[in-house]
Design a binder for this molecule. Structure first.
Ligand SMILES: [Zn+2]
Ligand SMILES: [Zn+2]
Length: 266
């Protein structure tokens, strides 16, 4: 694999220093007040709420047979899962990858990160995401360069309530620790609760929720659109969010959209 080039701008160095300080204080805090409890086995696990052993159990098992479209586990089906077969949702997404299954204690992990705001998990997730991004880039970019990442934008109002956006923070680490190009091409328009809607309703509602940012803003970011991008989100449920985003990206002229999420509900 070709080596990844790190962008060492002055800003990156400042961020590294900031990260180092943050980490240092976290270790001091853990030393005096005791560390986190592992969400899986309950043992003391230091600064993040998962111990090193359970961290390895996080990953979607490689041996599992997975749907070639959405990436969900196949039970008895061949190649396509039953939902992709009966009402296919992912048309604009060329391929979809997820790091962890959203099951058992892993649900608590997502809760700890998003809701309890255990932000120490962000760099951990970013390191896993980076490995996957490098892997995807190997097969989708003939030049072996690392593909740029387009983040799925959060619901309006969400940041104001909570003060931070998880995907944005992941992107911060991806850019500053691994030199990945982040392209915030998309904007989210409407505000609605997705959870209570069923699969089809959700797709219907979310279809019009994303738009590409104005051409001028995009041109400020780069001269020409990339051929292939990785679309990044935290959880894949039905895939309707990813599809709506990928649809917009393809409409703009991007050829391949590969989706990557941390968790998959399967
Ligand atoms: Zn553990
Ligand atoms: Zn599927």
């Amino acid at each position: 694999m070709e080596k990844v080039k790190f962008s060492k701008t002055p800003r990156t160095r400042i961020s590294f220093f900031f990260l180092f300080l943050m980490n240092f204080f976290r270790h001091v805090e853990v030393f005096f007040l005791g560390g986190e409890e592992c969400l899986c086995c309950g043992k003391n696990s230091g600064i993040i709420p998962v111990c090193k052993i359970c961290l390895q159990k996080l990953f979607v098992a490689d041996g599992d047979r997975r749907c070639s479209v959405c990436g969900k586990t196949l039970v008895s089906e061949i190649e396509l899962c039953s939902s992709c077969r009966s009402q296919k949702i992912l048309f604009s997404v060329d391929s979809s990858f997820s790091l962890f299954s959203y099951r058992l204690w892993k649900k608590n992990l997502l809760f700890a990160w998003k809701t309890e705001e255990k932000r120490v998990l962000s760099p951990v997730f970013a390191s896993f995401a980076f490995k996957k991004i490098a892997e995807i880039s190997q097969s989708w970019n003939s030049k072996g360069l690392i593909l740029p990442v387009v983040p799925v934008p959060p619901r309006p109002g969400k940041i104001r309530q909570k003060g931070w956006d998880q995907i944005d923070e992941l992107c911060f680490y991806l850019r500053n620790l691994y030199g990945i190009e982040i392209l915030p091409f998309l904007r989210r328009l409407t505000r609605f609760q997705q959870k209570k809607l069923n699969r089809l309703h959700r797709l219907e509602q979310i279809k019009n929720a994303f738009v590409l940012r104005p051409q001028k803003e995009i041109q400020k970011l780069l001269k020409s659109l990339p051929e292939t991008v990785i679309l990044l989100d935290d959880v894949m449920t039905t895939g309707s969010t990813l599809e709506a985003c990928a649809f917009e990206l393809k409409k703009a002229g991007i050829k391949n959209v590969i989706a990557l999420t941390l968790f998959i509900v399967d």
